[in-house]
Write a protein that binds this ligand. Structure first.
Ligand SMILES: Cc1ncc(COP(=O)(O)O)c(C=O)c1O
Length: 238
């Protein structure tokens, strides 16, 4: 936040100042400190934009994302997000903001102007996903119960998942080769988690990233935990 404030001060003479942040950061699963960001934006007359791709359908009582999580709905100027994560794994995304901005983007946004539109089937399924979440707010607490359970059980097994409040559960392994081997062995056991190494994450911070879903049953999670135990023991990690 101190660094952000320095940059806002340095931009004092600018015509427009835009703070752009992820709502939930994809590799650690940590949440942007939006209350502080919004306060700084107000103090320095900046616009706040949030890429909420990992928060839409995940954070907030009704899944509206990071702003809802912090009680800041209406105070974030621009929200961008994807239709491809909690909303069902399809393609596409959106920008939500003031009509003047969205009208402007309709005229000037390159993906809007020079790409084919979303296939109607994808738009239709994304719309159905939004309506489904609106009709089933109980999915959100279920998702968080699943994430909490999975984190706690991994820790009990001796793994070191990063602490956090989101369903992104990274298990730190250190070297890239180890993360790749772990993800391959888990896949052989029927569990799909992605191994990430440098340069996607800093050197020496390779990890497998688990992503929990409200659709995971107790049986699914226990199945995955048994596989983690088996593979982790074989690799000497636990
Ligand atoms: C923060 C963030 N924004 C956007 C994306 C990509 O979304 P899309 O595939 O819809 O471009 C990702 C990851 O895939 C992401 O982590």
């Amino acid at each position: 936040m101190a660094d952000l404030e320095e940059k806002l001060k340095a931009a004092a003479g600018s015509r427009r100042k835009l703070i752009f942040t992820d709502g939930v950061f994809s590799m650690e699963g940590d949440i942007a400190r939006l209350p502080e960001i919004v306060a700084l934006a107000k103090r320095y007359d900046a616009i706040v934009a949030v890429d909420d791709s990992h928060a839409t359908g995940v954070l907030g009582k009704t899944g509206r994302g990071t702003a809802e999580h912090f009680g800041l709905l209406g105070q974030v100027d621009i929200i961008t997000s994807t239709l491809g994560k909690a909303l069902g794994g399809a393609a596409g995304g959106f920008t939500a903001g003031p009509a003047a901005l969205t009208d402007y983007l309709t005229q000037r946004s390159r993906p809007q102007l020079f790409s084919n539109a979303l296939p109607p089937t994808v738009a239709g399924s994304a719309l159905a996903a939004v309506r489904y979440i609106e009709a089933h707010p109980e999915l959100i607490p279920r998702l968080h119960r699943n994430a909490t359970y999975f984190r706690e059980q991994l820790t009990a097994l001796g793994f070191k998942p990063l602490a956090g409040e989101t369903p992104i559960v990274p298990v730190m392994l250190g070297e890239t080769a180890k993360a790749i081997e772990m993800s391959e062995r888990l896949l052989a056991e029927g569990v799909f988690v992605t191994g990430f190494g440098y340069p996607v994450v800093p050197q020496g911070h390779a990890r497998v990233r688990c992503q929990l879903s409200a659709a995971h049953s107790q049986h699914d999670m226990d199945f995955a935990l048994r596989a983690f135990k088996k593979v982790g023991t074989r690799l000497g990690l636990i």
